[in-house]
Design a protein around this ligand. Sequence first.
Ligand code: NA7
Length: 541
Amino acid sequence: MSATQTNGSGPKALDAIIIGAGFSGLYQLHKLRDELGLNVRVLEKGAGIGGTWYWNRYPGARCDSESYYYCYSFNKEIEQEWEWSERYPEHPEIRKYLNFVADRLDLKRDIQLETKVVGASFDDATNTWTVETESGETFKAPFLITAVGCLSTTNVPKFKGLEDFKGKWYHTGDWPHEGVDFSGKRVGQIGTGSTGIQAVPVIAEQSKHLTVFQRTANYSIPARNAPVTQDDIRLTRTHYDDIWRRARASTNGHPFTVSEQSALAVSDDEREEIFEKAWARGGLRFRAAFSDVLMNPKSNEVASNFLRSKIKEIVKDPEVAERLTPYDHGFATKRPPIDTNYFDTFNRDNVLLVDLKKEPIVEITEKGIRTTEKEYELDIVVFATGFDALTGALLSLNIAGSKGYQLKEAWAAGPRTYLGLQTPHFPNLFTITGPGSPSVLCNMPIAIEQHVDWITACIKDMREKGLKRIEAEPDAAEKWVEHVNAAADATLLPMASSSWYLGANVPGKPRVFMPYAGGFARYTGICDEVAQGGYRGFSLS
Ligand code: NA7
């Protein structure tokens, strides 16, 4: 019998409903179905699995975590069988990996594709969630688990005149599966975050001309991408236990050690040498060169200055280099991108940088983009303008909790969760990698596994004890929000005023620092203590 049971034409009754079939949803399905023996269904709006990686197929799209640890750690056989081909996995390879895992664990039979959830409501009398899809199907289950990703609702700025544009436009996070042919085309790209910085070099190579519209100049570290060798594979396979142990004990879920030395504790020459080595090695590890780059403004300034000098070394035209140099925020206070030839691309003859701080966009016209200075004629506009991060996808589900309380209301002043796992008044609803958890500051798969393991253990405990309802207590959530704020304030992260961590990239979104910046290992310890203490801060009945 299929895992989904139909009661006549009424809602399908399940033990748990999972929304989303990316890294989170796949693992959550495996845990609940194969370990707890529950009837589970994953509802996925895409026509394939992969979540973020199903949609993000823009030119140059690859992960900034290194491939050998951007994967699951829960299954030894999968870990030993799978082979990555590059230091940083490109989007098709990540989808291939997730399909490999899904096939290996026979997950697809419980995943319903092309099924967009449009509403979810909780019935207090029966402690049951009812989930409704766009096509009118309904599902019922005591537990609802969102696995919708943190960066999945695209942010297309509401520029006047977009509908008049005669060319084509695309958002990087909703890229056509058949690809986009840039040959002979004049392309304009808005946005220079992690995504934009990956896309620029590739689009510049493929198009006739590329105009990059930059609002905030960004730091970037060379990725130093390279093929993975058989020696690398042997080495990581032999050391996986150690790799995962390190990742779990770390601040960001990456298996590298952060230096214990302050950037200010060494001589200028020594510091330069350490930065040069980190630059040469490349990748997100750069910020681990010293202990306090994200804690001490002076240490941050020396790191920022080093990176500013690199931009000036690489970019030949001093004026362009100056416009590309960030002064308004410190290195890594916004999510630091890594790149392949980003700054070099501005040495090409077919690339133009437009500084939107000097000439803001006024409107999109039939022919292209008009700034306060001039009209730029374009055939294609690429929006690399980011996401309504962390809350956008959750709010779009139209969730109504206990007594009909809307999630939109609960989060009107910004998300308020307990541990990022639950929101008061939304019983039996778990949010994998929800706001208030450290996930977006972490290597995502390891953060996901920690949430899924916790949720699974919680559901198991509840079932064994005959408990039907778990709900975060308002006081516990209040204290957690305070702790999330205090953890952020202990770092330099809240200083970047245009950061999506703060919701600042979406006009009208409440400015609240959303991720937990207290560190992954510390967070895991808190979650474990809460569970061991009988789910302190949750009421169970
Ligand atoms: P980001 O990091 O939010 O970057 C978006 C970029 O788009 C950034 O440069 C923004 O400038 C720019 N932007 C956004 N809205 C506008 C408007 N209205 N006008 C001009 N420019 C605009 O998104 P990404 O997709 O690059 O990366 C998201 C995450 O995905 C990344 O951090 C990784 O975790 C993976 P701003 O800086 O706001 O001035």
